[in-house]
Design a binder for this molecule. Structure first.
Ligand code: 5AD
Ligand code: SF4
Length: 476
């Protein structure tokens, strides 16, 4: 499961614009806003590719746009509320400019389907995550005066042949989507309903994409999937070979193939599932210097009964054994997690188990949430959302306080060491300073010298804030 952020896309990068010179502009401007997890940001790069192929140019200004699309998240109710507020704003723009097309993409589109169109009359266009190839037709349909919907989920679609238009313009780090959907059915989670069945993308197209990014100057790729450990090519979900004449590829093997593109290309991945994370993956990570020593391993709760109700497929003991395996195979590996406070029926003692596993693991970082009941999920059908809002809030605060303390101690422990850092850009606080990350994904800030984004430097750290290291370059 992947993580949230949100931003508006920028103009397509210069290089892409050159490659796409042959396409005749249709005179229409597209604003695409992305909400939610990294997968959504990656999907937005596919959407822009599809629409620039039929002549759309991108814009950052809603006031300037002919088509506004929002790529949305449905994971928690507050994510949906944010989107609704924005849709109301677009509706007010549409009153002044009736030809403006407003569309909703992604998980909220898939979840609510016609409802946003018919009952709430908020949008003209509703398109689910597996139907983006149909966008040019659907937009045409709206121009022809109709409303348009395509929320069909697919068992095959991976958009493997579509070259994403990179929207994060640092030119150093990029996402590569390696699989889509999720078969896990965690009881709290809406993703299996909005993104459909799990399917893996052809490994050759993944390696080619990594190679092309490297050739263009990128130095870090993040392999994305809801559950990357269950990546399987040419294998059924039970592990049987589909086509004897072709090779099979699992996640450990895929990662090694991508790492082999160049020792100067860093490889990251997200997200791992504790029940599926094998020692093979850990050994592959430890064999390659350029596979970053960072694992995001969501625990959700430290209590076995809650984990069972969440349908997570592992126990506290199993999880701790996986943590021990990481520490055994890669003592310098950073570990982060996801935690949900106040799941259905959670008692004070069960909440205390979550705090105690946090103490035990000492996570480097965590994403922490209050439980939010989602329609159609197993938890909604089976359990009562019975932890009062103020209790959820208090428990979440205890979790956050403990994690802040852990993260601060982690950063302090990293002071006084040398780290190889990939330079990503100029520090927000000073034009004379650059920032980058070490393998463990901690931000490191240091004086510019003659370095530029995409370079590597070894930085000796001498001070820190709660989350950032500060140092000087010792070698390049
Ligand atoms: N309520 C709260 N948090 C949730 N997550 C997923 N579904 C819910 C929900 N219904 C969290 C999980 C997941 C992360 C991306 O979002 O912790 O790992
Ligand atoms: Fe992640 Fe579980 Fe949701 Fe799948 S069902 S996306 S594994 S939280």
């Amino acid at each position: 499961m992947l993580h949230e952020g949100n931003k508006t896309i920028d103009e397509a990068r210069q290089g892409e614009a050159v490659m796409r010179e042959a396409i005749r502009p249709n005179g229409k401007k597209l604003l695409l806003e992305s909400y939610g997890c990294q997968m959504n940001f990656s999907d937005s790069e596919i959407v822009v590719s599809i629409l620039s192929d039929v002549g759309f140019n991108t814009t950052r200004e809603a006031e300037d746009a002919d088509v506004v699309l929002m790529n949305t998240c449905a994971i928690r109710d507050n994510a949906e509320q944010r989107v609704r507020n924005r849709l109301n704003y677009f509706r007010s723009l549409k009153k002044k400019r009736p030809h403006l097309v407003v569309g909703i993409l992604g998980c909220m589109a898939e979840r609510l389907r016609e409802q946003l169109l018919e009952e709430e009359k908020l949008v003209d266009l509703v398109v689910g995550p597996d139907a983006y190839r149909d966008l040019p037709n659907l937009i045409e349909q709206v121009h022809g005066g109709q409303k348009a919907v395509n929320v069909l989920l697919s068992r095959e679609e991976t958009y493997a042949d579509i070259a994403p238009v990179r929207l994060d313009d640092n030119g150093v780090t990029a996402f590569i989507s390696i699989m889509r959907g999720c078969d896990n059915m965690c009881s709290f989670c809406v993703v299996p309903f909005t993104r459909g069945r799990e399917r893996s993308r052809d490994p050759e197209s993944i390696v080619l994409e990594a190679q092309e990014l490297f050739n263009q100057g990128y130095r870090e790729v993040t392999l994305l999937g809801q559950n990357v450990d269950s990546y399987k090519w040419n294998m059924t979900s039970k592990g049987e070979i589909k086509d004897e004449s072709r090779p099979t590829v699992n996640f450990a093997q895929l990662m090694e193939k991508v790492a082999a593109v160049s020792p100067e290309l860093r490889v990251r991945f997200s997200t791992s599932h504790p029940k599926d994370m094998t020692d093979d993956v850990l050994h592959a990570m430890s064999r390659h210097e350029n596979i970053c020593k960072y694992i995001h391993l969501p625990i959700q709760s430290g209590n076995n009964e809650v984990l069972k109700n969440m349908n997570r497929g592992y126990t506290r003991e199993w999880y701790l054994e996986r943590i021990a395996a990481i520490r055994r195979i890669m003592p310098d590996c950073a570990i982060s997690t996801d935690i949900i406070a106040g799941f259905c029926g959670e008692t004070e003692a069960q909440h205390a188990d979550t705090l105690s596993i946090m103490e035990e693991v000492q996570y480097d970082m965590a994403y922490m949430f209050k439980y939010s009941e989602r329609p159609r999920t197993l938890a909604e059908r089976k359990f009562e959302d019975d932890v009062p809002e103020e209790v959820k809030g208090r428990r979440l605060q205890e979790i956050i306080d403990l994690q802040m303390e852990c993260s601060r101690r982690r950063t302090e422990r990293m002071v006084g060491h040398d780290y190889r850092v990939l330079v990503e850009g100029t520090s927000k606080k000073s034009a004379e300073m650059l920032y980058g990350r070490n393998s463990q994904n901690v931000v490191v800030v240091f004086p510019k010298g003659n370095l530029k984004p995409g370079d590597y430097a070894v930085v000796h750290t001498s001070e820190c804030t709660a989350t950032t290291l500060i140092g000087t370059v010792v070698s390049q």
